[in-house]
Write a protein of this length. Structure first.
Length: 173
């Protein structure tokens, strides 16, 4: 699932979805070797990818030269969201995210927060959705201390995985 020696953000290498899924250490090394001017980072579960997600990711990518998505592992999602989640396994979620043109790299993290990942990757821009306040975003202080910025993008009302699951489970009228 984590090929070595592949391209990130238009660098040399194939650009299929598999080429954009990295282990943390491999991605950190790749960034050390070929760091673009502005690395953007966001994270989440991205279970049942929907339009709110894709709009958000496209807007995040527009804030820099390369978008890295930190993806919660299945175990991490279960701890955060409860039993029955995720609906989609981590390998599938990673592959779907990596297939998006706006996403340059995907890396999994098993911790409850992405703080260790943010420290390892040292992004220039940290992005979260509008249901967060900038000062409450995990890793904000680390990014700001490194000279970066924290951006909160508007939340897409009515477009959430929880809403989607609820609509699927409700009987049709």
């Amino acid at each position: 699932m984590t090929p070595a020696g592949v391209g990130v953000g238009g660098l040399a290498g194939p650009r299929g979805p598999e080429s954009k899924i990295f282990a943390r250490d491999a991605l950190r090394e790749r960034l050390r070797q070929h760091r673009p001017a502005a690395v953007v980072f966001t994270n989440g579960c991205f279970d049942l990818l929907h339009r709110g997600h894709t709009d958000y990711l496209a807007a995040a990518r527009a804030l820099g030269d390369l978008l890295i998505v930190g993806l919660n592992t299945d175990a991490s999602v279960r701890r955060l969201k409860g039993e029955g989640r995720p609906v989609t396994p981590q390998e599938d979620r990673a592959r779907v995210l990596a297939a998006l043109e706006c996403v340059d790299a995907v890396t999994l993290f098993d911790e409850d927060t992405p703080l260790d990942l943010i420290i390892a990757l040292a992004p220039d821009v940290l992005v979260k959705g509008g249901d967060y306040r900038a000062d409450d975003i995990v890793g904000a202080e680390v990014v700001r201390a490194g000279g970066g910025r924290v951006v909160v993008l508007p939340f897409s009302a009515g477009r959430s995985t929880s809403d989607l699951i609820r609509r699927i489970r409700e009987p049709a009228p």
